[in-house]
Design a binder for this molecule. Structure first.
Ligand SMILES: [Zn+2]
Ligand SMILES: [Zn+2]
Length: 492
């Protein structure tokens, strides 16, 4: 078996793993680097084309942009390859990909063009041609999104490549629809963890002992928090709730920039449950940005959430939008940005790279009675990371180059949806692989986890774009000749 990370090794972003086994090319995940634009945001799809002229199957672990953001581009290069994912992942991926910047613009343009009337610049015929072109473009994207093959968790699925081939999706906690992937092949049994959370969250259960006893011949494991242990979840939740309440009671406003998918829904539930149990008073909580659409998808997929959440949902007809939680429509945002009375707003994006959270940051950051509470992983290059390291009064550089003076409170809360070092080690030992490759983490995190594992397992800290060939003795690099020479041709 050979494997190569086209992205996602030594970083959190652009996850994309090619596995070559028994004459088949299998790709797992195709994400983007959310902090980057243009071709550098993508995995090395040119190199992928070089290594795999055809792909036999694509598996998607979950719908975070760092795992699916490159999917439409991939589909253009490999239009016939089946793409397997869970039902909730397909629903979430559709919303995530349609909301990607470029597609939103196409949609907007279609709407505007439809409203336009012929004028000096555009004849009726011009407009009608443009309308047809944009509508066709938008429809073709929708068609691509319908091509996914939905697979239930836990059952073994026959790939119809012969008796020895099968795969199964194993719930991995993390977010709605997320799975680890186990693959049976003529050359052995392989396990890709995807992103995992050991602990139970408000909406999804943890991975528990789902990987125990699998004994794979090879395991690809995430290592996002491979270099430390999380503070106790309950303590951190309480700290956040108390900090928000303090600011609100003093007449301020709070922005919680949040990943639209997963984190935002957890934060809504944390605040709501403290209110419902009477520990804190009710105050207005707003959600804005992509968060709103993702909440709708969660609502349509309640049967895939934890039993505990399903019980709560039965008694809560408005689910996330149980008062005092309300969603802000894009056209009403301006009103809330100017509003004087206190509120807490949960808005995407989580690293302040764009979206509604940036609008609220501009409105709130200047005043010392307000607060911005960061809630998760901040990429080293992101405005969120810069904000975290700043002193009061410093200027924050936003993605468009604007400078924003920050006089408000800034604090970081650890509400990660990833296992920490101790939890990863426990999970790996229970899975008991013969060999491991570590990826999906920065160098510090991955090296630290390597340091804890290498005495017990042959373990490789994977590097992007290196082809590894697994042998009985361990893992060795097959060749990296092409690193100097580059791929021989470009992707069309
Ligand atoms: Zn994820
Ligand atoms: Zn990820």
């Amino acid at each position: 078996m050979k494997y190569i990370y086209l992205g996602g090794a030594g970083e959190v972003g652009a996850s994309c793993l090619l596995i070559q086994v028994a004459g088949r090319n299998i790709l797992i995940d195709c994400g983007i680097r959310v902090n980057q634009r243009g071709h550098t945001a993508y995995p090395d799809l040119q190199r992928l084309k070089w290594h795999a002229h055809d792909l036999d199957a694509v598996f998607i672990s979950h719908a975070h942009a760092d795992h699916i953001g490159g999917l439409l581009t991939l589909q253009r290069s490999y239009p016939k390859t089946p793409i397997f994912m869970t039902g909730p992942t397909a629903d979430l991926a559709t919303v995530m990909l349609l909301s990607a910047h470029q597609l939103t613009n196409i949609h907007r343009e279609v709407r505007h063009t439809i409203k336009e009337i012929p004028n000096d610049r555009y004849s009726a015929e011009d407009l009608s041609l443009r309308r047809d072109y944009l509508t066709a473009k938008f429809k073709s994207v929708l068609e691509e999104l319908k091509k996914y093959t939905i697979i239930d968790t836990d059952a073994w699925i026959d790939l119809e490549w012969g008796d020895t081939w099968a795969f199964r999706f194993i719930p991995s906690g993390h977010i709605l629809g997320a799975v680890s992937i186990e693959l049976r092949t003529p050359e052995g049994n392989f396990l890709y963890t995807g992103d995992v959370s050991a602990f139970r969250q408000r909406i999804v259960d943890g991975i528990g002992d789902n990987l125990s006893g699998i004994n794979p011949d090879f395991m690809w494991c995430e290592s996002t928090y491979g270099n430390g242990d999380h503070p106790a979840r309950k303590t951190e939740e309480r700290r956040l709730v108390e900090a928000v309440t303090t600011i609100i009671q003093a007449g301020g406003k709070v922005l919680i920039p949040s990943f639209a998918l997963g984190r935002a829904q957890e934060i809504i539930m944390i605040l709501l449950s403290y209110m419902q149990s009477g520990i804190i008073p009710d105050f207005p909580i707003l959600t804005d940005g992509l968060v709103n659409k993702i909440c709708d998808v969660y609502e349509e997929n309640i049967c895939f959430t934890s039993q505990r959440f399903q019980h709560w949902a039965e008694r809560s007809p408005n689910l996330f939008y149980t008062p005092p939680i309300r969603r802000v429509r894009e056209r009403a945002r301006e009103h809330f940005l100017r509003m004087d009375t206190p509120y807490c707003v949960i808005a995407s994006s989580g690293m302040l790279v764009g979206g509604a959270s940036v609008d609220y940051a501009r409105a709130l950051a200047g005043h010392p009675k307000n607060a911005i509470f960061l809630s998760g992983y901040q990429d080293a290059e992101s405005p969120g990371a810069e904000l975290q390291a700043m002193q009061q009064g410093d200027y924050l550089t936003l993605s468009n180059g604007d400078a924003l003076q920050v006089n408000c409170n800034v604090e970081k809360f650890h509400l990660s949806a990833h296992s920490d070092q101790g939890q990863l080690i426990k999970m790996i030992k229970a899975a008991n692989p013969k060999q491991i490759a570590l990826a999906h983490g920065n160098a510090r995190a991955t090296q630290a986890l390597h340091g804890k594992l290498f005495k017990d397992f042959p373990v490789t800290v994977a590097i992007n774009c290196q082809l590894y060939d697994t042998t009985p003795k361990g893992v060795r690099e097959a060749t990296h000749r092409y690193i100097e020479t580059g791929p021989p041709y470009s992707v069309s």
